[in-house]
Design a protein around this ligand. Structure first.
Ligand SMILES: Cc1cc2nc3c(=O)[nH]c(=O)nc-3n(C[C@H](O)[C@H](O)[C@H](O)COP(=O)(O)O)c2cc1C
Length: 193
């Protein structure tokens, strides 16, 4: 595979030599310099004080954090494990979604990302209470393969697939997708009790 040469990664990812002068990864060094591990809920307050823009908190995978996010004044929460790229044992977001949706209780919209690859994934997320999904790598793959047209094609494919799944499930509109359209592992276990 040939990695695309993206201008915004220049200097971080050398295509001739991925190591810095000390033999470490340039990208890893960039991440540790730019990510602040002291970030806390107080910083949400600060962020709110300097902007009127809505703040959505991304990376929520538990009911406890979801409630705290709402208390902190988030305009929405995004159930995300950052594509499971940082911590490989982070819970799959689709399995954390319902817990977060219940904890938020409709106070703010809940979005989800991570592993959305087909229209049926979008359908499942909506059925479990997500207002919308976000997509990361598929769009990047489309971009790498065919530029803007490729990225657009990925979104169009997801849209068409979602429409097809909706039709097959008897849902003419997104509003008609309900919790009853999906069965989770938890549902199966509860049904046996
Ligand atoms: C190359 C790359 C860089 C990313 N950088 C960040 C980041 O800096 N902050 C963040 O919250 N998520 C980051 N993500 C995660 C995405 O925002 C998103 O949560 C994830 O890609 C969604 O999963 P998917 O790729 O399976 O669709 C990154 C993802 C990729 C692929």
């Amino acid at each position: 595979m040939i990695a695309p040469r993206l201008a915004n990664l220049e200097g971080l990812m050398s295509f001739d030599d991925d190591l810095d002068s000390e033999g470490g990864s340039k990208l890893e060094r960039f991440a540790s310099q730019t990510l602040d591990p002291s970030l806390s809920w107080k910083d949400v307050e600060w962020l709110k004080s300097i902007t009127t823009l809505p703040i959505l908190l991304k990376g929520i995978v538990t009911a406890e954090d979801a409630r705290r996010a709402v208390e902190a004044g988030a305009a929405g929460v995004i159930v995300s494990n950052h594509g499971a790229r940082q911590l490989e044992y982070a819970p799959p977001t689709i399995s954390a979604l319902e817990e977060v949706v219940k904890a938020v209780g409709g106070a703010v919209p809940v979005l989800v990302d991570g592993g959305v690859r087909r229209g049926s994934d979008v359908f499942k997320a909506l059925a479990l209470g997500a207002r919308a999904v976000m997509v990361g790598r598929p769009v990047l793959y489309g971009l790498a393969a065919r530029g803007e047209a490729g990225a657009r094609h990925v979104i169009e494919m997801l849209n068409k697939e979602l429409e097809l799944v909706m039709a097959l499930c008897g849902c003419p509109t997104v509003g008609e997708i309900t919790r009853a359209h999906v069965r989770t592992q938890g549902d199966r276990i509860r049904a046996l009790l």
